[in-house]
Design a protein around this ligand. Structure first.
Ligand SMILES: C[S@@+](CC[C@H](N)C(=O)[O-])C[C@H]1O[C@@H](n2cnc3c(N)ncnc32)[C@H](O)[C@@H]1O
Length: 268
């Protein structure tokens, strides 16, 4: 391991800026879960009982007012870490949602930036917010690009793929990149075993597993399945050379480990 040596091997899906949680928890919103413009609990339940694609179609108008959208601090830290590795020509945001990733992609790409997602609702919001980018509707497990990009990113979406689906995802990104191209994504350090976030993460995954055992369509979203050690191996199996760098702007934990690392997978 290089700069990653102090980053835990097991990893949660998303990174959070240091005090995002306390700000959210302190704010009451009548009938709304995350913010006055966010979804109600009832809407979240209906979305959670839908398929992933349909769920995001429904959530799209309010998605940017939820913590599921990647925070700007994470996007900015990613752009800062990518800057010395670029500039890049064409960029791709895989599972782009409403287009949050453009904040990281656009500053480091000189040419066309493209977002791909399978939710038409999310893409419609992305198109409104970033009319200059190109938006493509496709399943990330079967990406329709060949040697087209110099940089690919993905934010906050890996938990939507079962481990068995990730080889197809990574093979598609590999194919979409030109030789020498780079796949980059942030991966949060796992919560310390026994901590409140640890139990919350595992509790959420357990609820989703029970939900998926008894209800169709399934909604795949598991926070605990994206471990750096597993992902590193899968990326290597797809042909990438992999390293990680700590995203210092997002801080370090009490034990000195980085809160969040940027995974850098290069197509040779
Ligand atoms: C949590 S959102 C993240 C959106 C955005 N990247 C962000 O960070 O704000 C996850 C996104 O992944 C998309 N997604 C999930 N599975 C997908 C798949 N198999 N193919 C394409 N998009 C997918 C969803 O539609 C949704 O827009």
């Amino acid at each position: 391991m290089t700069g990653s040596s102090r980053i835990h091997e097991r990893s949660a899906v998303r990174c959070r800026p240091p005090n995002a949680r306390s700000r959210r928890a302190a704010t009451p919103y009548a009938g709304r879960v995350f913010s006055p413009q966010g979804p109600s609990l009832g809407e979240l339940v209906v979305q959670g009982l839908s398929s992933v694609q349909r769920g995001y179609d429904l959530l799209a108008p309010k998605f940017d007012h939820t913590p599921f959208r990647t925070p700007d601090a994470v996007l900015d830290a990613t752009a800062e870490a990518l800057r010395p590795l670029g500039p890049f020509a064409r960029g791709l945001d895989v599972c782009c949602g409403t287009g949050a990733g453009m904040r990281a992609l656009a500053p480091v790409c000189r040419e066309r930036v493209v977002g791909v997602d399978f939710s038409a609702g999310m893409l419609a919001r992305a198109r409104l917010a970033h009319p200059d980018a190109t938006w493509v509707r496709a399943d990330a497990r079967a990406l329709p690009f060949t040697s087209a990009f110099d940089l690919a990113v993905t934010f906050g979406a890996l938990g939507h793929f079962l481990p068995a689906e990730r080889p197809a995802l990574f093979a598609g990104v590999y194919r979409a990149l030109r030789p020498g191209g780079l796949l980059a994504f942030p991966l949060g350090a796992p919560p310390p075993i026994g901590s409140v976030p640890y139990w919350l993460m595992n509790g959420f995954d357990l609820v989703m597993r029970v939900r998926n055992a008894i209800w169709r369509p399934r909604f795949i979203m598991y926070y605990g399945t994206c471990r750096l050690s597993a992902i590193r191996g899968e990326l290597a199996a797809a042909g990438f050379t992999v390293r990680t760098v700590p995203l210092e702007a997002l801080g370090r934990r009490r034990d000195g480990t980085a809160r969040c690392a940027l995974v850098l997978a290069r197509r040779p």
